[in-house]
Design a binder for this molecule. Structure first.
Ligand SMILES: *[C@@H]1O[C@H](CO)[C@@H](O)[C@H](O)[C@H]1NC(C)=O
Length: 166
């Protein structure tokens, strides 16, 4: 009886774990195509005019790469300001990584967790104590062939669309 329950629990855990792999469609290199309401979003975050203009001229790429293991992936956020690489990410498992201070736009460390819900990928950043950065969640989903990244601050949503280049 006990053994049966244990086995059932084990199978459920295995089923859940194997369901939580990054879907194939996310793998690749994506280049920024266009944005919607992004200037408004940055304004809500308190970025000044000069920073917003700099961001307008910056280049942005997102790269999701396979690793040797099916449940681990690498992610890179490549920009002309700074490249950030996260290695061996496991969905649902928090790790410490570089993030950007949302108010001063400086590099700081955050606890980062990627999760998957209804086929959408979520990247949650919780800044470590000390800074005045705020928690932030980026949502990744597909809009046709484009990778859509949604982010919001104080109810102002910015959307950025990325085109697959590899
Ligand atoms: C990617 O980097 C840019 C600037 O280098 C930053 O503003 C943005 O928040 C980062 N995006 C994610 C999803 O981490």
């Amino acid at each position: 009886m006990c053994a049966k329950i244990a086995l059932a629990v084990f199978l459920i855990v295995v089923a859940t774990a194997s369901a939580a792999n990054l879907p194939d469609k996310y793998y690749g290199t994506f280049d920024l195509s266009h944005s919607e309401n992004f200037d408004e979003y940055m304004t809500a975050k308190g970025y000044g005019w000069f920073t917003r203009k700099l961001v307008t001229f910056a280049t942005f790429k997102k790269v999701f790469t396979r690793t040797g293991s099916k449940n681990l992936f690498d992610y890179s956020n490549l920009t002309s300001k700074k490249d950030v690489h996260y290695k061996n990410i496991e969905l649902g498992k928090a790790f410490q990584g570089e993030g950007l201070d949302s108010t001063k736009h400086e590099v700081c460390f955050s606890i980062i967790t990627f999760t998957l819900k209804d086929g959408h990928l979520f990247e949650h950043h919780k800044p470590l104590e000390g800074g005045d950065a705020k928690e932030e969640t980026y949502e990744y989903l597909f809009d046709g062939d484009l990778l859509l990244v949604r982010m919001s601050f104080n109810g102002v949503e910015g959307r950025r669309f990325y085109k697959r280049i590899e």
